[in-house]
Design a protein around this ligand. Structure first.
Ligand code: ADP
Length: 445
């Protein structure tokens, strides 16, 4: 064979075995690619199933970390995320359970309502106080579930004023007393607004506290003090009359006997003043608590001038100047007699605890919507430590001095109860050695 023929034969054989090689190579490549694709698709399927499991809340089982590098990294990230989610979820569940246990075991009732005033939640205590069923009440309008005017008013006021408010409501007890009377329960109410993270109002919470027992005890205490005072009044009057008669007799012993008679007379006057003040307090407390205060629209200057008239002689005796700076247009719905008694008590103290030839200023004005009556003296003032307890019964900064000046220790307590019976309050500012200002704040009407 010639060399050219040999060369062409060889060339032909070489071409067909190259094509086979290419084909085999392509087949291997396709096979490898197929295996890779199958692997990738399996990994993606596992990832998708795992993500679906996590999304449905099953965070226990982890995704198998295999397949190509990127997908294995993604599976690992998803597993880490699931682990963290599981931890957070268990913390949230634990906190919810703890909160639920506290909520459920509270003696106070807790009632939460949304913006439309539908009940969001209530604990067992609230359900028992309001005779409601916990599950069927959720979602109901609070006005339908609890038909009580005081509670409804408190909710309205909280929403209108956009602030927490305290109040009290009376509920008819489900049971009745042994005597067949329908008893009542007193529930103290405290509201608080519920806000979201951006400060928007999303509802409110009411805390209910059953104070029936406390109110009963208060009523027993008030009746007891009232009854005892009443019983004691008659013997005191008899002692005073007997002492006066004895003193007037021409042959009543010597100086010692007269001295003792004077002591008895002075002490019975003191006792009589205490009994009168206790009876006043019991009466004011009763009308205040039962809302029986007989009030009408009266100009405040009329009260101030009547009080000045009553105290003028006592002030003159110490050369203390009483003067008033009162806006004649200030009018309030008050019981004139009671409010005059309160202002008299304040002027009486201002005169008692001031040096002669000083001044006492009486004022009345409208301040932040309240009617404010003030009595300012230039007396000895009160140490700050005494101020928080000053309006308590029988609280005195200087017992001996108060007794010496004829005080009963009940004057300021009477002032406080009169202010409260009008829906108001009292306040005091004082600087030792400079003087004091006592104020009665009444709601304007
Ligand atoms: P009292 O009958 O003792 O005056 P009050 O209840 O009226 O009782 O007052 C309680 C105490 O408050 C007084 O004992 C006195 O210590 C103090 N106090 C009241 N008013 C004044 C005042 N204007 N200046 C200084 N201290 C006062």
């Amino acid at each position: 064979m010639r060399s050219t023929e040999l060369f062409s034969t060889l060339a032909h054989q070489g071409t067909s075995s190259g094509a086979v090689g290419v084909l085999i190579g392509a087949a291997i490549f396709a096979g490898v690619m197929l295996v890779i694709l199958v692997l990738i698709s399996r990994s993606i399927r596992e990832l998708r199933h795992g993500a679906d499991r996590f999304a449905s809340g099953d965070l226990r089982k982890r995704i198998a970390v295999r397949g190509p590098l990127q997908l294995a990294a993604l599976a690992e990230s998803l597993n880490t995320m699931a682990g963290q989610l599981a931890d957070r979820l268990s913390t949230v569940i634990q906190q919810r359970n703890e909160l639920g246990a506290v909520h459920g075991s509270m003696v106070e009732g807790v009632l939460a309502i949304d913006r439309e005033q539908n009940i969001l939640s209530l604990n067992r205590a609230a359900a028992a106080m309001l005779s409601l069923d916990v599950t069927s009440t959720i979602g109901q309008s609070v006005y339908v579930a609890v038909r009580n005017a005081e509670l409804q008013q408190l909710i309205q006021q909280t929403l209108e004023k956009d602030a927490a408010i305290a109040g009290e409501m009376i509920l008819a007890d489900t049971g009745s007393t042994a005597q067949g009377e329908v008893s009542e329960r007193s529930i103290q109410l405290q509201s608080a607004l519920l806000r979201n993270d951006s400060g928007q109002r999303i509802g409110l919470v009411l805390v209910l506290h059953d104070v029936t027992q406390l109110r009963r005890l208060e009523s027993v205490r008030r009746d007891f003090v009232g009854n005892v005072s009443h019983e004691v009044k008659t013997p005191i009057s008899a002692i005073k009359a007997a002492v006066e008669t004895l003193g007037d007799l021409p042959d009543t012993g010597g100086d010692d006997a007269q001295r003792f008679l004077q002591i008895i007379s002075r002490q019975s006057d003191r006792l009589s003043a205490i009994v009168d003040d206790l009876l006043s307090l019991a009466r004011i407390e009763r009308v205040g608590d039962e809302g029986l205060i007989d009030a009408r629209q009266v100009p405040i200057w009329a009260v101030i001038s009547a009080a000045i008239e009553t105290c003028q002689a006592g002030a003159d005796a110490k050369s203390i100047h009483l003067h008033a700076d009162c806006d004649r247009n200030v009018i309030s719905k008050i019981n004139e007699q009671l409010l005059t008694q309160a202002v008299v008590n304040l002027i009486d103290n201002a005169v008692k605890y001031s040096e002669p030839e000083t001044s006492v200023l009486l004022g009345c004005e409208i301040n932040q919507g309240d009617v404010v009556i003030s009595v300012t003296d230039q007396g000895r003032g009160i140490e700050p430590g005494h101020l928080p307890r000053l309006f308590e019964r029988f609280y005195r900064t200087d017992k001996a001095r108060s007794r010496e000046l004829g005080g009963t220790g009940l004057g300021l307590s009477i002032v406080k109860h009169i202010a409260e019976a009008h829906g108001g309050r009292v306040s005091v500012d004082s600087t030792p050695g400079v003087g004091s200002t006592f104020r009665i704040h009444l709601p304007a009407c």
